[in-house]
Ligand binder design. Structure first.
Ligand code: HEM
Length: 404
């Protein structure tokens, strides 16, 4: 195309550009008209103004509830990156394969909930002795220890939070600039074997004698087993760290809220706080507000009908979790249906106990407002979140009602 334009006359170039613009315009009119003809509760969008690939967006939670049976399997999207570039990792695997993976992975996670909780209750979270801290680094290090040790995996040198958020930012920027996704994935697959996390996870899979890892290798082979561990590691540490830090951000920015919450939990221990109903309600509300997966995707398994309109098998669907959480009183933070998060109880406990530990031991302030990327699809702080803090003295560990 570029070579043709170099050889062509100015008139030919202008004519070609006018044709392209006219085709783009016609396509936009078609999409606009198609969208207008859809019933309430469902919309049609393309990827970008002239994007050829379209997807439906569900805007009424009742459409999700009524059709949950045919909205089971997600499209690959960002989940491939979270699963160490393996297209078949548990976060995005297709029908047929997923059922076999689920039979091994979900029971393993469910049966380890107590182990995660015990480790969480035994492990202190101590902020470094400095003026201020990047809370994302501190929390990322803490939750990564909990989330991997319970599986028997030790990441030497820890989970490098800064690298993860810069990788997410870099990949999102390249995709937004129009770099073809196939090319980007091919490059990342070449680079991946040299990364710290891939090396650690591969070593774990090669050396572990746990039944879980052996079952994964026997059933799906080494390559895919590594992808599942990537999926579980990233699928737990990244949302937990982001949600915890978003909650701490709100607490640090509001002194009254901080004092009220401190009062709510000051008599608790990491063991009793999991049963503190008021604190549970606060955390549940905040998890809805700061859902990490801001939207989820599905490939329609069978045609379904919304007010006489047919949504065809194979269509791509977007379900805006954050919008539903805000408006419908429904909590979709941990997904919905058979593909919802098997680690939801573990995740909720990790968020609850970690926020409790920080609140109980430290008085926290924001050093500066962090740069935040909170959109319909992502919730992250790519350049960290700096906080100043003061360890609470024994004096301040006494609750307000005891002081009176
Ligand atoms: C704050 C913490 C967490 C949040 C917000 C979260 C959220 C989610 C969401 C939204 C999904 C996708 C559901 C869908 O698309 O409908 C998911 C899937 C998944 N999560 Fe979590 N999760 C968290 C913690 C965990 C933990 C602790 C584990 C494991 C120990 C875990 C393992 C998984 C797995 C394996 C899947 C894929 C399930 C499947 O497709 O069968 N997650 N999570």
């Amino acid at each position: 195309m570029v070579a043709w334009m170099v050889d062509s006359t100015e008139k030919q170039c202008m004519a070609a550009l006018a044709c392209a613009a006219a085709l783009g315009g016609l396509h936009a009119i078609y999409v606009w008209h198609f969208d207008r003809c859809l019933p309430q509760g469902i919309r049609y969008r393309t990827d970008g103004p002239f994007g050829r690939n379209g997807h439906y967006v569900i805007t009424d939670i009742n459409v999700v509830k009524r059709n949950a049976k045919v909205l089971v399997h997600p499209t690959a999207g960002a989940r491939v990156y979270m699963g160490g570039m393996r297209e078949t990792n548990i976060l995005c695997s297709p029908a047929g394969l997923w059922e076999r993976q689920r039979a091994i992975i979900h029971p393993f996670i469910a049966s380890h909930a107590r182990q995660y909780l015990a480790l969480l209750q035994q492990t202190d979270l101590t902020l470094p002795e400095a003026d201020d801290v990047d809370l994302l680094e501190a929390v990322g290090g803490y939750v990564s220890h909990i989330s991997t040790a319970a599986m028997g995996l030790t990441i030497k040198g820890g989970f490098k939070w800064g690298n993860v958020s810069r990788a997410v930012l870099g990949i999102s920027t390249l995709l937004a600039l129009g770099v073809p996704e196939g090319l980007l994935r091919a490059i990342l697959r070449l680079v991946l074997p040299f990364t710290h996390l891939e090396q650690q996870i591969a070593k774990f899979v090669d050396e572990s004698d746990s039944d879980f890892v052996c079952d994964l290798i026997t059933e799906f082979g080494r390559h895919e087993a590594i992808g599942h561990i990537w999926g579980i590691v990233n699928g737990s540490i990244i949302p937990e760290t982001n949600i915890i830090c978003s909650i701490m951000h709100d607490i640090a920015a509001d002194r009254d809220l901080q004092a009220k919450l401190y009062d709510m939990v000051c008599k608790d221990t990491p063991e009793t706080v999991v049963c503190n109903k008021s604190f549970e309600a606060f955390i549940a509300q905040k998890c809805r507000e700061h859902a990490f997966f801001r939207s989820t995707s599905r490939v329609v398994q069978e045609d379904f009908h919304v007010q006489g309109c047919t949504i065809p098998k194979g269509a791509s669907m977007r379900i805006p979790i954050a919008k539903f959480n805000d408006s419908s009183g429904t909590g979709l933070t941990w997904g919905f249906g058979p593909r919802s998060c098997p680690g939801a109880i573990i995740g909720k406990n990790i968020v609850k106990v970690t926020v409790f530990r920080l609140l109980r031991s430290y008085s926290i302030d924001l050093r500066q407002e962090p740069f935040k990327l909170k959109t319909d699809t992502v919730n992250m702080y790519p350049f960290g979140m700096r906080m100043t803090y003061r360890k609470r003295s024994d004096q301040t560990l006494v609750c307000d009602d005891e002081q009176q």
